[in-house]
Design a binder for this molecule. Sequence first.
Ligand SMILES: Nc1ncnc2c1ncn2[C@@H]1O[C@H](COP(=O)(O)OP(=O)(O)OP(=O)(O)O)[C@@H](O)[C@H]1O
Length: 609
Amino acid sequence: MQETGSISIHTENIFPIIKKFLYSDHEIFLRELVSNAVDATQKLQSLARQGEFQGELGELKVRVTVDKETRKITVSDHGLGMSAEEIKKYINQIAFSGATEFVEKYKETDATAKDQIIGQFGLGFYSSFMVAKEVEIWSQSYQEGALTAHWTCDGSTSYTIDEPTGEHAKAERGTDVVLHVADDSDEFLEVERLRTILTKYCKFLPVPIELEGQLINDTTPIWTKQPSELTDEDYLKFYQELYPMSMDAPLFWIHLNVDYPFNLTGILYFPKVKDELQFSRNKIQLYSHQVFITDEVKDVVPEFLMLLHGVIDSPDIPLNVSRSFLQADAAVRKINTYITRKVADKLGDLFKKDRAGYEAKWSDIGMFVKYGMLSDEKFYDRAKDFVLLKNVAGKLFTLSEYTEHVQANQQDKDGNTVVLYTNDAEAQHGFVVAAQERGYDVLNLDQVLDSHFIGQLEQKLEKTSFKRVDADTVGKLIEKDEATESVLSEDDQTKLAEAFKTAIANDAMHVKVAALSPQDAPVVITQNEFMRRMKDMQRTGGGGGMQMFGAFPESFDVTVNANHPVAQRVLAEGGEQLARQAFDLARLAQGLLKGEALTAFVKRSTELL
Ligand SMILES: Nc1ncnc2c1ncn2[C@@H]1O[C@H](COP(=O)(O)OP(=O)(O)OP(=O)(O)O)[C@@H](O)[C@H]1O
């Protein structure tokens, strides 16, 4: 039999389109051919299990070889093979119609979506034409008495097919796909290039893959096993295998395994992250039936879980749709929810079973947990029981433990709990100490996300507000009914304020006189919590309506302590120098004394000595 025919393609010029637009991803041809070979092998295994194939299975490997001289790459399998009729059906019709569909879809999509779908769409067999000027298939079906089928196609829409016999017949069951490499694709004639591609995409395929006789893959990666079969060492070893460059071992991991209502397996590792928002994205690898698809899992995995490392294998994630569709996909949404729940479960478990161990890891997972709470309501609901707050003494509390800890001492006159915090314990040291001397507790909330986290807690926790330690003088941080009497008359207080205003001569400093304790500082500079947050928000790009606050200069409250001896001296002596010195000391305590002002202060202080 010798037959020529024409492949029915409805899209004109399909080849140039594929070649041109898929340039960057030419390498996926190998993934596609090897996947087909693996499929053919697994189909044969399943026929054997069902008793439909009773012959010898033999050694079921996929072999990739390359011959630079003759410019050929061959992918051979020992799978179920195809008859001439089957080639006509599966290759001419199915493979090519798949490609036609791809091109149609590809033409419709906008430019950015194009980049994203390339390499994810299973172009299948057809992708071999990205690198080959001619492709041959030599195949022999597993069926009794099957003849060798030989198909060739030069990349145009016509093919030939024949059934060679005698010395030209294929010796064994299975399929060899032979690519005659095109002149512009020399790179694929290099064994090392092929090894890189196979290692990237085929490292965990379930059938042994050999390149020039060398095994490429691990056919049973640990995510395909049951957690009960695995030890901690296995998980750690696998992590090392996935990220050979990683210095730190992961903190812990979650083995995902679900088959209803979607199929998903995988292992997610919690990496050791530094306190900063250090996004090491693209660390989760997405597989489908053990074939590597991509390490861009955005939209498949919730945003905050992108910090995790590991592997997800799910044939239920549609890969041939653009990203905007992916987000709306029902299966993907369920997968998102499932993963989020598993992560919350794992954290909750660790917290319950080993509080000390959990606390030890808190500096690494804290940011992650807060990020999750901020970005996902459901995660907040789970995490509110195991998120921890750390005070300046380093003690960790859950939300409810903390409320209980401060409730007695830190309630204002309206019954609201005021939580005090510092975002820089060094810089705000004086304020922290002042608060502690009052018997208040001070939290350390110095991470990038903490300002947002504070906002969230204020919304969620009942009758609770947060105040930074330097938001007011210590006596006013938590407003109680008790007031310290001023030793100065109204008149003297006005005079005192005027004296300081003159000495300070700065409109951004709002001077007021208040009766603090004589043990407090003579002058205290604070910045109102609300105004400061607005300015912070604007600085970090909290945009929109906040823009108006940008028009305001930075402003501070300067509180002169009427009960301090220095105040009385300023009144008695009209001492401008003394007032300025006291003011500068307050600026120093706030980290506001810089440049010229600092030099003047040092000089004045030296003179006073
Ligand atoms: N090595 C092979 N052995 C046996 N059959 C094969 C082989 N390669 C391809 N086929 C047949 O040709 C068909 C078309 O292959 P093609 O790779 O284009 O698409 P696919 O594998 O069905 O889907 P995908 O687009 O996901 O790759 C396959 O479904 C299979 O029946």
